[in-house]
Design a protein around this ligand. Structure first.
Ligand code: TRP
Length: 454
């Protein structure tokens, strides 16, 4: 345990905590995935269920991660080992580090695409292309090895550079600049989108509840989306929680972050769907919506050049404040458990993740035929982390707080050693003892196909 300095780095301000944590939560999950999933699953009806899950399960899991991290003051592995010495709970921590490797590998690959699209926006590379040509452009870009590889490494280097600078001088400093910038960019895009003639049908596509589209699968999609979007289930928020100061109010922080994450997801929907409908384009599938459909719209829109540039910068910024949070899980682990300096830990983490990352990038080109359990490496990382490791991690995290730390342990941390009133404790305990684990077990079993309700 030689790696833990007497003065562990921490966030310096309340705004810094919110910026960093909301920065982790707000990412490709909000801007790229949420609008499409919501649109396809009954719009407003999906939204109601999603909001219910954020409140009833997401916030309690988030609070449990903060509680573990802040009381242990360690990385995800070290936290479990410190709070439960000699017990096998540290395995949950190891699983979290493993999930971080997998998420970072494929997520950075997708994040790298945003850099190509920022570049194309700058050089006006979409100019004069038809819908089909834009489609070809996307698939030929991801289908050749060297360009996506280059952008992957650039994105990984940006992530590593911020992490190397530390928690306060790196993560906090940059998220405090990037998150307000993201909000401004998104507001401008929303105003542009909802004032287009014909925007109303896009707004109703997003908000009008269509309960006939609600199936058991929709409900599971909503829970999975809530997990991924809030960055819960693998210890990102245990790690960030360990940097939150002892006098901060964890309950308020969790509620603010969940609110910000949901707000941004809805704003992203409002930036995308009105424009999609105003130009009479079919709302396409996940990756196509952002990288194929939107350039189409920007081409037809007055001032499209600048809006296209803003949109892809927005997407890149959102992804960057998320990749740093995942890298920090691994770097905190390496530095505290292997006793490495932050710089060495960052080099070791970025280079080892890059081995897996390169395989994810090449999954659309030279390694497209390499299949493991029928998945390309990219899809295997994507599937296993989101559908298996996150729900499993979330399940054990709430069980750990509910049944191992217990009511007294949780109350001690959440009330800042008795200084805050925490009237929500009885409700919170009920949720993490019963409601959350049962609900999570349900998605997990459905996700791996052991039960099937759809
Ligand atoms: N929440 C981020 C998004 O919506 C992605 C992310 C960051 C994440 N850290 C995570 C997802 C930890 C799961 C676990 O894009």
């Amino acid at each position: 345990m030689s790696g833990i300095p007497a003065n562990r780095d921490s966030f310096g301000s309340r705004f810094g905590v919110i910026a960093a944590t909301a920065g982790s939560a707000i990412g490709l999950g909000n801007i790229w995935r949420f609008p499409y999933v919501a649109g396809e699953n009954g719009g407003g009806a999906f939204l109601i269920i999603y909001l219910g899950f954020i409140l009833l399960i997401g916030i309690p899991v988030m609070l449990s991660e903060f509680t573990i991290g802040r009381s242990a003051q360690r990385n995800v592995f070290g936290s479990f080992r410190k709070l439960a010495p000699g017990k096998p709970w540290y395995l949950i921590g190891l699983m979290g580090v493993g999930a971080a490797f997998m998420i970072l590998a494929f997520y950075t690959a997708v994040a790298g695409w945003t850099l190509e699209y920022i570049f194309q926006s700058v050089i006006n590379g979409f100019e004069g292309l038809s819908s089909n040509q834009l489609n070809d452009m996307f698939y030929s870009f991801i289908g050749t090895p060297w360009r996506p590889l280059l952008w992957f490494f650039v994105f990984m280097a940006l992530t590593g550079a911020i992490i190397m600078s530390g928690v306060q001088k790196g993560i906090e400093k940059y998220t405090k600049i990037l998150m307000p910038m993201l909000l401004v960019l998104l507001f401008i895009l929303v105003v542009r989108s909802v004032t287009l003639p014909g925007a109303a049908s896009g707004i109703s596509f997003l908000f009008k509840p269509d309960f006939s589209k609600i199936t058991p699968t929709t409900i599971l999609e909503a829970l999975g989306q809530a997990f991924f979007s809030l960055s819960i289930g693998m210890g990102t928020l245990i790690t960030y929680g360990s940097y939150i100061q002892k006098n901060d109010n964890l309950g308020n922080t969790a509620v603010s972050v969940a609110f910000a994450d949901t707000f941004i997801a809805i704003l992203a929907g409002l930036a995308i769907f009105p424009a999609v409908f105003a130009f009479g384009i079919e709302p396409g599938s996940g990756e196509g919506l952002v990288y194929i459909t939107l350039p189409n719209i920007f081409l037809q829109m007055p001032g499209g050049y600048i809006f296209s540039l803003m949109f892809f910068i927005l997407l890149g910024v959102a992804a960057l404040t998320s990749t740093i949070s995942v890298l920090e899980v691994i770097v905190a682990f390496f530095s505290e458990e292997l006793g490495l300096k932050r710089k060495a830990a960052t080099w070791l983490a970025t280079s080892s993740v890059s081995i897996l990352g390169v395989m994810c990038v090449l999954s659309s080109s030279t390694m497209a035929d390499v299949k493991i359990f029928g998945f390309t490496v990219f899809n295997l990382m994507n599937f296993t982390s989101a559908n298996i490791l996150l729900p499993l991690g979330g399940f054990f995290i709430v069980i750990f707080v509910a049944w191992f730390l217990g009511r007294d342990g949780a109350k001690e941390e959440l009330s800042n050693q008795g200084k805050l009133k925490v009237r929500y404790i009885p409700f919170y305990m009920f949720v993490i003892k019963f409601l959350a684990p049962l609900a999570i077990a349900f998605i997990f079993l459905q996700g791996v196909g052991l039960i099937n309700f759809s």
